[in-house]
Design a protein around this ligand. Structure first.
Ligand code: ZN
Length: 458
Protein backbone atom coordinates (compact mmCIF):
# COMPACT_ATOMS: atom_id res chain seq x y z
CA UNK A 1 0.00 0.00 0.00
CA UNK A 2 1.48 3.32 -1.01
CA UNK A 3 0.74 6.86 -0.05
CA UNK A 4 0.62 9.64 -2.57
CA UNK A 5 -0.62 13.17 -3.12
CA UNK A 6 -0.76 16.29 -1.05
CA UNK A 7 -4.14 17.15 0.42
CA UNK A 8 -3.39 20.86 0.70
CA UNK A 9 -3.14 21.69 -2.99
CA UNK A 10 -6.18 22.69 -5.08
CA UNK A 11 -7.58 19.65 -6.83
CA UNK A 12 -10.37 19.22 -9.37
CA UNK A 13 -12.61 16.30 -10.31
CA UNK A 14 -14.48 16.54 -13.61
CA UNK A 15 -17.43 14.45 -14.77
CA UNK A 16 -21.19 14.18 -14.46
CA UNK A 17 -22.25 15.04 -10.91
CA UNK A 18 -25.34 13.96 -8.97
CA UNK A 19 -26.12 15.30 -5.51
CA UNK A 20 -29.13 16.06 -3.31
CA UNK A 21 -30.18 19.27 -1.60
CA UNK A 22 -33.50 18.06 -0.18
CA UNK A 23 -35.59 15.02 0.71
CA UNK A 24 -37.52 13.69 -2.33
CA UNK A 25 -39.89 11.83 0.00
CA UNK A 26 -41.07 15.22 1.30
CA UNK A 27 -40.56 17.61 -1.62
CA UNK A 28 -40.69 17.52 -5.41
CA UNK A 29 -38.01 14.96 -6.44
CA UNK A 30 -36.82 17.11 -9.34
CA UNK A 31 -36.17 20.06 -7.03
CA UNK A 32 -34.31 17.88 -4.51
CA UNK A 33 -31.47 16.79 -6.75
CA UNK A 34 -28.88 18.48 -8.92
CA UNK A 35 -27.52 16.66 -11.94
CA UNK A 36 -24.74 18.36 -13.89
CA UNK A 37 -23.77 16.63 -17.11
CA UNK A 38 -20.29 18.14 -17.35
CA UNK A 39 -19.37 19.35 -13.90
CA UNK A 40 -16.31 20.22 -11.87
CA UNK A 41 -15.69 19.79 -8.15
CA UNK A 42 -12.86 21.80 -6.59
CA UNK A 43 -11.27 20.55 -3.38
CA UNK A 44 -8.77 22.02 -0.93
CA UNK A 45 -7.74 20.74 2.51
CA UNK A 46 -10.13 17.82 2.21
CA UNK A 47 -13.17 20.00 1.65
CA UNK A 48 -15.23 20.96 -1.37
CA UNK A 49 -14.63 24.63 -2.18
CA UNK A 50 -16.57 24.95 -5.43
CA UNK A 51 -18.88 22.89 -7.65
CA UNK A 52 -20.92 23.51 -10.79
CA UNK A 53 -20.76 23.53 -14.60
CA UNK A 54 -17.22 22.71 -15.70
CA UNK A 55 -16.37 25.87 -17.64
CA UNK A 56 -17.90 28.27 -15.12
CA UNK A 57 -16.12 26.65 -12.16
CA UNK A 58 -12.86 26.36 -14.10
CA UNK A 59 -12.98 30.08 -14.90
CA UNK A 60 -13.57 30.85 -11.22
CA UNK A 61 -10.57 28.76 -10.15
CA UNK A 62 -7.78 29.91 -12.44
CA UNK A 63 -4.96 28.34 -10.41
CA UNK A 64 -6.52 24.87 -10.67
CA UNK A 65 -4.46 22.67 -12.97
CA UNK A 66 -4.66 19.17 -11.47
CA UNK A 67 -7.97 17.65 -12.57
CA UNK A 68 -9.03 13.98 -12.45
CA UNK A 69 -11.42 13.37 -15.36
CA UNK A 70 -14.10 10.65 -15.38
CA UNK A 71 -15.97 9.98 -18.61
CA UNK A 72 -19.08 7.76 -18.79
CA UNK A 73 -19.33 8.14 -15.03
CA UNK A 74 -21.40 9.87 -12.37
CA UNK A 75 -19.66 11.39 -9.36
CA UNK A 76 -21.79 11.16 -6.22
CA UNK A 77 -21.32 11.81 -2.52
CA UNK A 78 -19.70 8.78 -0.86
CA UNK A 79 -22.29 6.25 0.28
CA UNK A 80 -23.30 6.02 3.93
CA UNK A 81 -23.79 2.66 5.63
CA UNK A 82 -25.78 3.41 8.78
CA UNK A 83 -25.55 -0.04 10.34
CA UNK A 84 -23.02 -2.84 10.01
CA UNK A 85 -20.66 -5.13 11.98
CA UNK A 86 -17.08 -5.26 10.67
CA UNK A 87 -16.38 -8.13 13.08
CA UNK A 88 -18.84 -10.33 11.17
CA UNK A 89 -17.22 -9.94 7.74
CA UNK A 90 -15.98 -13.54 7.78
CA UNK A 91 -19.44 -15.07 8.39
CA UNK A 92 -21.38 -13.50 5.52
CA UNK A 93 -23.51 -16.15 3.86
CA UNK A 94 -23.64 -18.59 6.79
CA UNK A 95 -26.42 -21.07 6.22
CA UNK A 96 -29.74 -21.79 7.69
CA UNK A 97 -30.61 -19.99 10.93
CA UNK A 98 -32.93 -17.20 12.04
CA UNK A 99 -31.76 -14.33 14.25
CA UNK A 100 -31.32 -15.81 17.74
CA UNK A 101 -29.93 -19.18 16.52
CA UNK A 102 -27.76 -17.34 13.99
CA UNK A 103 -26.20 -15.25 16.77
CA UNK A 104 -25.39 -18.37 18.81
CA UNK A 105 -24.28 -20.50 15.89
CA UNK A 106 -22.17 -18.04 13.90
CA UNK A 107 -21.88 -14.54 15.40
CA UNK A 108 -20.73 -15.21 18.94
CA UNK A 109 -18.02 -17.74 17.98
CA UNK A 110 -16.42 -15.39 15.44
CA UNK A 111 -16.69 -12.29 17.65
CA UNK A 112 -14.97 -14.23 20.46
CA UNK A 113 -11.79 -14.32 18.36
CA UNK A 114 -11.49 -10.50 18.38
CA UNK A 115 -9.71 -10.44 21.74
CA UNK A 116 -6.67 -11.13 19.56
CA UNK A 117 -5.60 -7.75 18.18
CA UNK A 118 -4.11 -9.35 15.10
CA UNK A 119 -7.48 -10.95 14.21
CA UNK A 120 -9.14 -7.55 14.64
CA UNK A 121 -6.52 -5.76 12.51
CA UNK A 122 -6.86 -8.27 9.70
CA UNK A 123 -10.66 -8.00 9.70
CA UNK A 124 -10.51 -4.19 9.79
CA UNK A 125 -8.19 -4.14 6.77
CA UNK A 126 -10.50 -6.46 4.82
CA UNK A 127 -13.59 -4.48 5.82
CA UNK A 128 -12.21 -1.09 4.75
CA UNK A 129 -11.08 -2.45 1.41
CA UNK A 130 -14.52 -3.90 0.82
CA UNK A 131 -16.52 -0.81 1.70
CA UNK A 132 -14.22 1.63 -0.10
CA UNK A 133 -14.32 -0.47 -3.26
CA UNK A 134 -18.11 -0.16 -3.12
CA UNK A 135 -18.03 3.63 -2.66
CA UNK A 136 -18.92 3.70 1.05
CA UNK A 137 -17.04 6.46 2.85
CA UNK A 138 -18.89 6.60 6.19
CA UNK A 139 -20.22 3.67 8.21
CA UNK A 140 -21.82 3.25 11.63
CA UNK A 141 -20.16 0.09 12.83
CA UNK A 142 -20.41 -2.40 15.68
CA UNK A 143 -17.05 -3.63 16.99
CA UNK A 144 -17.42 -6.28 19.74
CA UNK A 145 -16.83 -6.64 23.49
CA UNK A 146 -13.06 -6.25 23.35
CA UNK A 147 -11.16 -2.96 23.34
CA UNK A 148 -8.79 -4.51 20.79
CA UNK A 149 -11.65 -4.68 18.27
CA UNK A 150 -12.40 -0.96 18.74
CA UNK A 151 -8.77 0.13 18.54
CA UNK A 152 -8.07 -1.93 15.40
CA UNK A 153 -11.10 -0.44 13.65
CA UNK A 154 -10.34 3.20 14.44
CA UNK A 155 -6.63 2.75 13.70
CA UNK A 156 -7.45 1.55 10.19
CA UNK A 157 -9.99 4.34 9.75
CA UNK A 158 -7.34 6.89 10.75
CA UNK A 159 -5.06 5.54 8.02
CA UNK A 160 -7.72 6.30 5.37
CA UNK A 161 -8.92 9.45 7.17
CA UNK A 162 -12.51 8.20 6.85
CA UNK A 163 -15.38 9.58 8.93
CA UNK A 164 -16.48 6.53 10.89
CA UNK A 165 -18.63 5.79 13.92
CA UNK A 166 -17.88 2.79 16.11
CA UNK A 167 -17.46 1.58 19.68
CA UNK A 168 -17.29 -1.32 22.10
CA UNK A 169 -20.34 -3.57 22.28
CA UNK A 170 -21.91 -3.77 25.72
CA UNK A 171 -23.30 -7.21 26.57
CA UNK A 172 -23.36 -8.83 30.01
CA UNK A 173 -25.99 -11.57 29.76
CA UNK A 174 -27.35 -14.08 27.25
CA UNK A 175 -24.10 -14.16 25.29
CA UNK A 176 -21.36 -16.74 25.18
CA UNK A 177 -19.09 -16.49 28.26
CA UNK A 178 -16.05 -15.26 26.32
CA UNK A 179 -17.96 -12.20 25.05
CA UNK A 180 -19.68 -11.41 28.33
CA UNK A 181 -18.67 -8.19 30.09
CA UNK A 182 -17.41 -8.90 33.61
CA UNK A 183 -19.70 -6.31 35.19
CA UNK A 184 -21.99 -3.50 34.10
CA UNK A 185 -19.80 -0.96 35.91
CA UNK A 186 -16.52 -2.10 34.38
CA UNK A 187 -17.97 -2.35 30.86
CA UNK A 188 -19.20 1.24 31.00
CA UNK A 189 -15.89 2.46 32.46
CA UNK A 190 -14.03 0.81 29.57
CA UNK A 191 -16.51 2.38 27.14
CA UNK A 192 -15.85 5.83 28.59
CA UNK A 193 -12.09 5.32 28.29
CA UNK A 194 -12.45 4.29 24.64
CA UNK A 195 -14.80 7.21 23.99
CA UNK A 196 -12.23 9.65 25.39
CA UNK A 197 -9.51 8.00 23.33
CA UNK A 198 -11.32 8.02 19.97
CA UNK A 199 -14.23 10.46 19.83
CA UNK A 200 -13.22 13.49 17.79
CA UNK A 201 -9.75 12.11 17.00
CA UNK A 202 -9.38 13.08 13.34
CA UNK A 203 -12.76 12.25 11.78
CA UNK A 204 -13.62 9.44 14.22
CA UNK A 205 -16.86 9.43 16.20
CA UNK A 206 -17.84 7.19 19.09
CA UNK A 207 -21.07 5.30 19.74
CA UNK A 208 -22.29 3.67 22.96
CA UNK A 209 -23.43 0.24 21.73
CA UNK A 210 -25.57 -2.14 23.77
CA UNK A 211 -25.93 -5.09 21.32
CA UNK A 212 -29.67 -5.19 21.96
CA UNK A 213 -31.88 -5.20 25.05
CA UNK A 214 -31.80 -9.00 25.64
CA UNK A 215 -28.01 -9.11 26.05
CA UNK A 216 -27.73 -6.40 28.72
CA UNK A 217 -28.96 -6.40 32.30
CA UNK A 218 -31.17 -3.46 33.28
CA UNK A 219 -28.20 -2.10 35.24
CA UNK A 220 -25.91 -2.15 32.19
CA UNK A 221 -28.62 -0.47 30.10
CA UNK A 222 -29.08 2.20 32.75
CA UNK A 223 -25.37 2.96 33.03
CA UNK A 224 -25.01 2.97 29.24
CA UNK A 225 -27.95 5.37 28.93
CA UNK A 226 -26.37 7.68 31.53
CA UNK A 227 -23.06 7.62 29.64
CA UNK A 228 -24.84 8.48 26.38
CA UNK A 229 -26.64 11.41 28.00
CA UNK A 230 -23.36 12.62 29.54
CA UNK A 231 -21.71 12.84 26.11
CA UNK A 232 -24.57 13.44 23.63
CA UNK A 233 -23.81 17.15 23.41
CA UNK A 234 -20.28 16.21 22.28
CA UNK A 235 -21.79 14.24 19.38
CA UNK A 236 -21.56 10.73 20.85
CA UNK A 237 -24.10 8.24 19.45
CA UNK A 238 -26.23 5.43 20.83
CA UNK A 239 -26.37 2.52 18.38
CA UNK A 240 -28.38 -0.67 18.82
CA UNK A 241 -30.98 -3.04 17.31
CA UNK A 242 -34.76 -2.77 17.62
CA UNK A 243 -37.75 -4.85 16.53
CA UNK A 244 -35.92 -7.08 14.05
CA UNK A 245 -38.15 -10.14 14.46
CA UNK A 246 -41.25 -11.37 16.29
CA UNK A 247 -39.22 -13.96 18.27
CA UNK A 248 -36.85 -11.24 19.49
CA UNK A 249 -39.75 -9.04 20.60
CA UNK A 250 -41.29 -11.97 22.50
CA UNK A 251 -37.95 -12.56 24.26
CA UNK A 252 -37.71 -8.88 25.22
CA UNK A 253 -41.24 -8.98 26.68
CA UNK A 254 -40.22 -11.97 28.84
CA UNK A 255 -37.03 -10.25 30.04
CA UNK A 256 -38.72 -6.91 30.70
CA UNK A 257 -42.29 -7.94 31.67
CA UNK A 258 -43.03 -4.57 33.25
CA UNK A 259 -42.47 -2.69 29.97
CA UNK A 260 -45.08 -2.89 27.20
CA UNK A 261 -43.16 -2.00 24.03
CA UNK A 262 -39.61 -2.91 23.00
CA UNK A 263 -38.74 0.72 22.12
CA UNK A 264 -39.87 1.73 25.60
CA UNK A 265 -37.16 -0.48 27.13
CA UNK A 266 -34.52 1.73 25.54
CA UNK A 267 -36.48 4.85 26.39
CA UNK A 268 -36.79 4.07 30.08
CA UNK A 269 -32.98 3.78 30.27
CA UNK A 270 -32.42 7.17 28.59
CA UNK A 271 -31.29 5.72 25.27
CA UNK A 272 -33.75 7.31 22.86
CA UNK A 273 -32.53 10.72 21.75
CA UNK A 274 -31.43 12.68 18.70
CA UNK A 275 -28.20 10.70 18.12
CA UNK A 276 -29.83 7.29 18.60
CA UNK A 277 -29.57 4.91 15.65
CA UNK A 278 -31.74 1.79 15.75
CA UNK A 279 -31.13 -0.94 13.18
CA UNK A 280 -33.99 -2.89 11.55
CA UNK A 281 -37.26 -1.59 13.05
CA UNK A 282 -39.20 -4.21 11.05
CA UNK A 283 -41.98 -5.09 13.48
CA UNK A 284 -42.83 -1.69 14.92
CA UNK A 285 -46.19 -0.64 16.33
CA UNK A 286 -47.67 2.83 16.02
CA UNK A 287 -46.82 3.69 19.63
CA UNK A 288 -43.15 2.91 18.91
CA UNK A 289 -43.05 4.91 15.65
CA UNK A 290 -44.49 7.86 17.56
CA UNK A 291 -41.87 7.44 20.30
CA UNK A 292 -39.00 7.22 17.78
CA UNK A 293 -40.32 10.35 16.08
CA UNK A 294 -40.75 12.32 19.31
CA UNK A 295 -37.24 11.41 20.44
CA UNK A 296 -35.83 12.22 16.96
CA UNK A 297 -34.19 8.78 16.56
CA UNK A 298 -33.14 7.17 13.27
CA UNK A 299 -34.38 3.81 11.97
CA UNK A 300 -32.05 1.88 9.66
CA UNK A 301 -33.34 -0.17 6.74
CA UNK A 302 -31.19 -3.31 6.23
CA UNK A 303 -33.08 -5.21 3.50
CA UNK A 304 -30.58 -7.91 2.55
CA UNK A 305 -30.12 -8.90 6.20
CA UNK A 306 -33.87 -8.92 6.87
CA UNK A 307 -34.44 -11.11 3.81
CA UNK A 308 -31.50 -13.39 4.63
CA UNK A 309 -32.43 -13.96 8.28
CA UNK A 310 -36.13 -14.02 7.48
CA UNK A 311 -37.09 -11.92 10.52
CA UNK A 312 -39.34 -9.23 9.12
CA UNK A 313 -39.51 -6.49 6.51
CA UNK A 314 -38.94 -2.79 7.00
CA UNK A 315 -41.99 -0.73 6.03
CA UNK A 316 -40.45 2.43 4.64
CA UNK A 317 -43.70 4.27 3.98
CA UNK A 318 -44.90 3.45 7.48
CA UNK A 319 -41.66 4.85 8.94
CA UNK A 320 -41.95 8.16 7.08
CA UNK A 321 -45.70 8.60 7.46
CA UNK A 322 -46.61 12.23 8.21
CA UNK A 323 -46.89 13.93 10.57
CA UNK A 324 -44.50 11.67 12.55
CA UNK A 325 -41.92 10.93 9.86
CA UNK A 326 -38.88 9.10 11.31
CA UNK A 327 -35.36 9.59 9.90
CA UNK A 328 -34.32 6.54 7.83
CA UNK A 329 -30.88 5.44 6.65
CA UNK A 330 -29.65 2.38 4.75
CA UNK A 331 -27.51 -0.36 6.31
CA UNK A 332 -25.76 -3.47 5.03
CA UNK A 333 -25.80 -5.20 8.46
CA UNK A 334 -22.88 -7.45 7.55
CA UNK A 335 -22.80 -10.41 8.32
CA UNK A 336 -26.61 -10.92 8.41
CA UNK A 337 -26.53 -8.77 5.30
CA UNK A 338 -25.06 -10.44 2.26
CA UNK A 339 -22.58 -7.82 1.08
CA UNK A 340 -20.80 -4.50 1.59
CA UNK A 341 -22.51 -2.59 -1.23
CA UNK A 342 -25.09 0.04 -0.32
CA UNK A 343 -26.13 0.06 -4.00
CA UNK A 344 -26.99 -3.64 -3.71
CA UNK A 345 -29.01 -2.85 -0.57
CA UNK A 346 -30.98 -0.36 -2.68
CA UNK A 347 -31.76 -3.17 -5.15
CA UNK A 348 -33.15 -5.23 -2.26
CA UNK A 349 -34.97 -2.19 -0.84
CA UNK A 350 -36.77 -1.87 -4.17
CA UNK A 351 -37.95 -5.49 -3.98
CA UNK A 352 -39.09 -5.09 -0.36
CA UNK A 353 -40.94 -1.88 -1.33
CA UNK A 354 -42.64 -3.69 -4.21
CA UNK A 355 -43.89 -6.43 -1.88
CA UNK A 356 -45.59 -3.59 0.00
CA UNK A 357 -46.94 -2.16 -3.28
CA UNK A 358 -44.56 0.80 -3.35
CA UNK A 359 -41.62 1.49 -5.62
CA UNK A 360 -38.32 3.28 -5.31
CA UNK A 361 -36.89 5.10 -8.31
CA UNK A 362 -33.25 6.14 -8.72
CA UNK A 363 -33.75 9.60 -7.21
CA UNK A 364 -35.35 8.29 -4.02
CA UNK A 365 -32.92 5.38 -3.75
CA UNK A 366 -29.74 7.39 -4.22
CA UNK A 367 -30.98 10.03 -1.79
CA UNK A 368 -31.32 7.23 0.80
CA UNK A 369 -27.76 6.12 0.12
CA UNK A 370 -26.26 9.60 0.50
CA UNK A 371 -27.97 12.63 2.01
CA UNK A 372 -30.67 10.49 3.65
CA UNK A 373 -27.98 8.52 5.49
CA UNK A 374 -26.25 11.73 6.54
CA UNK A 375 -29.55 13.08 7.91
CA UNK A 376 -30.15 9.83 9.81
CA UNK A 377 -26.71 10.21 11.43
CA UNK A 378 -27.12 13.97 11.99
CA UNK A 379 -24.06 14.56 9.83
CA UNK A 380 -25.88 16.29 6.96
CA UNK A 381 -23.96 19.52 7.60
CA UNK A 382 -20.67 17.70 6.86
CA UNK A 383 -21.20 14.75 4.48
CA UNK A 384 -23.73 13.29 2.04
CA UNK A 385 -23.82 16.21 -0.41
CA UNK A 386 -21.47 17.73 -2.96
CA UNK A 387 -21.51 21.33 -1.86
CA UNK A 388 -18.93 23.96 -0.85
CA UNK A 389 -17.95 23.53 2.80
CA UNK A 390 -18.69 19.80 2.82
CA UNK A 391 -16.09 17.10 3.36
CA UNK A 392 -14.89 15.79 0.00
CA UNK A 393 -16.01 12.15 0.26
CA UNK A 394 -16.98 10.97 -3.21
CA UNK A 395 -17.87 7.81 -5.12
CA UNK A 396 -17.36 7.58 -8.88
CA UNK A 397 -20.00 5.38 -10.51
CA UNK A 398 -18.92 3.78 -13.77
CA UNK A 399 -21.73 3.79 -16.37
CA UNK A 400 -19.88 1.22 -18.47
CA UNK A 401 -18.57 -1.32 -15.94
CA UNK A 402 -18.81 -4.28 -18.34
CA UNK A 403 -19.95 -5.07 -21.85
CA UNK A 404 -23.38 -6.45 -20.91
CA UNK A 405 -24.22 -3.51 -18.62
CA UNK A 406 -23.08 -1.03 -21.28
CA UNK A 407 -25.25 -2.79 -23.85
CA UNK A 408 -28.23 -2.81 -21.47
CA UNK A 409 -27.78 0.88 -20.67
CA UNK A 410 -27.95 1.76 -24.36
CA UNK A 411 -31.62 0.88 -24.02
CA UNK A 412 -32.37 3.79 -21.67
CA UNK A 413 -33.52 7.33 -22.37
CA UNK A 414 -32.06 9.36 -19.50
CA UNK A 415 -29.55 9.26 -16.67
CA UNK A 416 -32.08 8.24 -14.03
CA UNK A 417 -33.18 5.23 -16.07
CA UNK A 418 -29.52 4.30 -16.41
CA UNK A 419 -28.92 4.65 -12.69
CA UNK A 420 -31.99 2.62 -11.81
CA UNK A 421 -30.86 -0.23 -14.08
CA UNK A 422 -27.38 -0.02 -12.52
CA UNK A 423 -28.87 -0.25 -9.01
CA UNK A 424 -30.88 -3.31 -10.04
CA UNK A 425 -27.87 -5.02 -11.65
CA UNK A 426 -25.43 -3.86 -8.91
CA UNK A 427 -22.32 -5.05 -10.75
CA UNK A 428 -19.32 -5.73 -8.48
CA UNK A 429 -17.13 -3.22 -10.30
CA UNK A 430 -19.69 -0.40 -10.36
CA UNK A 431 -17.46 2.01 -8.43
CA UNK A 432 -14.31 2.98 -10.27
CA UNK A 433 -12.85 5.36 -7.66
CA UNK A 434 -13.51 6.53 -4.11
CA UNK A 435 -12.27 9.77 -2.58
CA UNK A 436 -11.99 10.38 1.15
CA UNK A 437 -11.47 13.96 2.34
CA UNK A 438 -10.35 14.81 -1.18
CA UNK A 439 -7.81 12.01 -1.47
CA UNK A 440 -8.30 9.09 -3.85
CA UNK A 441 -8.10 6.04 -1.57
CA UNK A 442 -9.50 3.55 -4.07
CA UNK A 443 -8.77 3.41 -7.79
CA UNK A 444 -9.96 0.29 -9.56
CA UNK A 445 -7.65 0.93 -12.52
CA UNK A 446 -4.51 1.23 -10.36
CA UNK A 447 -2.49 -1.92 -9.73
CA UNK A 448 -2.42 -1.46 -5.94
CA UNK A 449 -6.04 -0.12 -5.94
CA UNK A 450 -5.96 1.08 -2.30
CA UNK A 451 -4.00 3.98 -0.90
CA UNK A 452 -3.89 5.31 2.67
CA UNK A 453 -4.40 9.02 3.17
CA UNK A 454 -1.22 11.15 2.98
CA UNK A 455 -2.52 12.85 6.14
CA UNK A 456 -2.26 9.69 8.24
CA UNK A 457 0.70 9.53 10.61
CA UNK A 458 1.63 5.83 10.20
ZN1 ZN B 1 -26.85 -5.64 13.16
Amino acid sequence: MNKSGNNNELKGIRGSILTFKGNPFKESPERCCDFIKDGLIVIADGQITDVGEYQIVKDRNKTLDKIDVYQDSVIMPGFIDCHTHYVQSSIIGSFGDKLIDWLNQYTFPVESTFKDKHVAETAAKVFFRQILSHGTTTANVFATTFEESVDAFFEESMRYNTRMISGKVLQNRNVTRSLCDKSAEESVEITEQLLKKWHGKGRQLYAVIPRFAPTSTPRQLRLAGELYQKYIDCGVYLHSHLDESVEEIKWVSELFPYIQNYAEVYDCFGMLDRLTVMAHCCVVNEYEWQLLYEKNCAAIHCPSSNLFLGGGQFKYWEAIKQPRSVKVGMGTDVGGGTGFSIIRELADAYKVAMIGSHNLDAIHSLYMATRGGAEALNLDDKIGSIKPGYEADLAVINLTPDSFTSWRLNNTSDIFEKLFALISLSPDNLVSATYVAGHKVFDRADTSQFCYSPDCSD
